[in-house]
Design a protein around this ligand. Structure first.
Ligand code: HEC
Ligand code: HEC
Ligand code: HEC
Ligand code: HEC
Ligand code: HEC
Length: 324
């Protein structure tokens, strides 16, 4: 074996070693994550987890049945049940990939029902149909249902026209229009325009047609704020390592961080101008936190310089007075 081979084989050994470590790590960590809802003693999850999605054949049949219902051809009970079954298993899939499943926010948190009973009839017995005004997921009740845990978002949302329209039973977005029930994702700037355009467009004349563009612009600004904060953090830790004074930069960064923390609640007021203004204040603070470091560099050494000149000046005056 040449030295080169030896070198590469020892390299391979260490590669295999880290690989093994990684595998052990995955085996230790992955089950812990998976177990988080596996171990839940919650009948909604345990049963819905095992509902099988449609087979291809069922799907084809379902399409035919859907076409029938759209044309008002009477549909069998069985057909409705299949649609609901599919929804019930799909929604489990989306839920299990969402942040809610990692925090054990289970189906009953939003739907009601009894998660201690193991039969469909038992578990569903107190659950209301979503078209009933008593259901927690009746469209008008959704903000309050989510607000049990997301109180700040609800508080801000309550002051908007969207909320008032919703209460008046007219067309307006509720939490799930923007976050999608079950996947509950946080939309990014690039995804927001089509969502707002559903209602805010030239044809429907809801508010101004600028809303979709302004919303995208606002969320892009929020991204810029995150980026500037990242840069400010980097430059502050650099400066700290070099032993520089970081107090005032840290203050500016804290100001920017406080605004970033408020972004979700600011956003839910849907006052896009105010949102832009506040986010801009944050961006400016974060930039200042970076800029101040550059500023203090040249001014710092000039301070002792001025001190020396002052001291020399005093000595010169004293010397002149004595000489007289
Ligand atoms: C023993 C199995 C089982 C249990 C337990 C169960 N479900 Fe279901 N669920 C189903 C099936 C199957 C469907 C599909 C429709 C049907 O067959 O009634 C369904 C449908 C639903 C639907 C669709 C809407 C509707 O009106 O039917 C919702 C919402 C729902 N379940 C929520 C829950 C919640 C919340 C719990 C816990 C409190 C729960 N389920 C417990 C099996 C179950
Ligand atoms: C964080 C709240 C929340 C959680 C958790 C949640 N849902 Fe829902 N679900 C909703 C909302 C809100 C709607 C109504 C959506 C709409 O208005 O379009 C809904 C609708 C549904 C529907 C359609 C209802 C119908 O009658 O057609 C089904 C089925 C459903 N959910 C099943 C589930 C299952 C199964 C789980 C658990 C794995 C679950 N959901 C967890 C909030 C939630
Ligand atoms: C029982 C409490 C509870 C209810 C009810 C609830 N949530 Fe949540 N939600 C949480 C928790 C816990 C988290 C994860 C921690 C966090 O991000 O604050 C979360 C996270 C989220 C996130 C962020 C997800 C991410 O990937 O960062 C969104 C968006 C969200 N919820 C929307 C909703 C909506 C919309 C509703 C109503 C249909 C709702 N939630 C109902 C507790 C709840
Ligand atoms: C018209 C669209 C829309 C409506 C309605 C809406 N949201 Fe949001 N929500 C968003 C967007 C966009 C963001 C991301 C803002 C950002 O950049 O942080 C967000 C962020 C969030 C977050 C923060 C996630 C995180 O980053 O930690 C939560 C929680 C949340 N929304 C809950 C709600 C609740 C609860 C309601 C109803 C009371 C609601 N939202 C209504 C669009 C909406
Ligand atoms: C389901 C329909 C619908 C959707 C989707 C929708 N809106 Fe609205 N929005 C309305 C209605 C209705 C009004 C009331 C104003 C009017 O009638 O001109 C409104 C008003 C507003 C206003 C005026 C501010 C206020 O509350 O005083 C803003 C800003 C706004 N929407 C932002 C958004 C943004 C941003 C989105 C996308 C994330 C969005 N809307 C999605 C229906 C909708």
């Amino acid at each position: 074996m040449s030295t080169k081979d030896k070198k590469s084989s020892s390299y391979m050994d260490s590669f295999r070693f880290t690989q093994r470590l990684l595998i052990i790590f995955i085996f230790l960590i992955a089950p812990a994550g998976a177990a988080s809802f596996e171990a839940l003693n919650n009948s909604c999850i345990n049963c819905h987890k095992s509902l099988s999605p449609f087979t291809d054949e069922q799907l084809r049949f379902n399409d035919i049945r859907l076409n029938h219902t759209e044309r008002n051809i009477t549909c069998s009970l069985e057909c409705h049940e299949d649609i609901i079954r599919k929804k019930a298993s799909d929604n489990f899939q989306q839920w299990s990939d969402s942040g809610h499943s990692s925090y054990s926010v289970t189906c009953d948190a939003c739907h009601g029902g009894n998660p201690d009973l193991n039969t469909i009839e038992g578990a569903h017995s107190t659950m209301k149909n979503m078209s009933s005004p008593e259901s927690p997921i009746y469209f008008k009740n959704i903000p309050e249902t989510c607000g049990k845990c997301h109180a700040t978002e609800l508080d801000h949302f309550k002051n908007t026209m969207h909320y008032q329209r919703l209460r008046a039973e007219s067309r307006a977005p509720s939490c799930v229009n923007c976050h999608q029930p079950h996947s509950f994702k946080v939309l990014e700037a690039s995804e927001i325009t089509p969502l707002c355009s559903v209602c805010h467009n030239a044809k429907d004349q809801v508010s101004t047609a600028n809303v979709p563009k302004d919303a995208k612009f606002g969320l892009e600004k929020a991204d810029e704020l995150k980026e500037e904060i990242r840069k400010a953090r980097d430059s502050i830790s650099d400066a700290k390592a070099k032993g520089k004074d970081i107090v005032s930069s840290q203050n500016d960064l804290d100001k920017a961080l406080a605004i970033m923390k408020d972004v979700p609640s600011l956003w839910h007021s849907f006052n896009l101008k105010d949102f832009d203004r506040q986010v801009q204040v944050g961006i400016d603070s974060a930039k200042k936190a970076q800029g101040k470091l550059v500023e203090t560099e040249p001014t710092a050494p000039s301070v002792p310089g001025a001190g020396i000149i002052l001291v020399l000046g005093i000595f010169a005056v004293l010397y002149l007075i004595r000489k007289r």
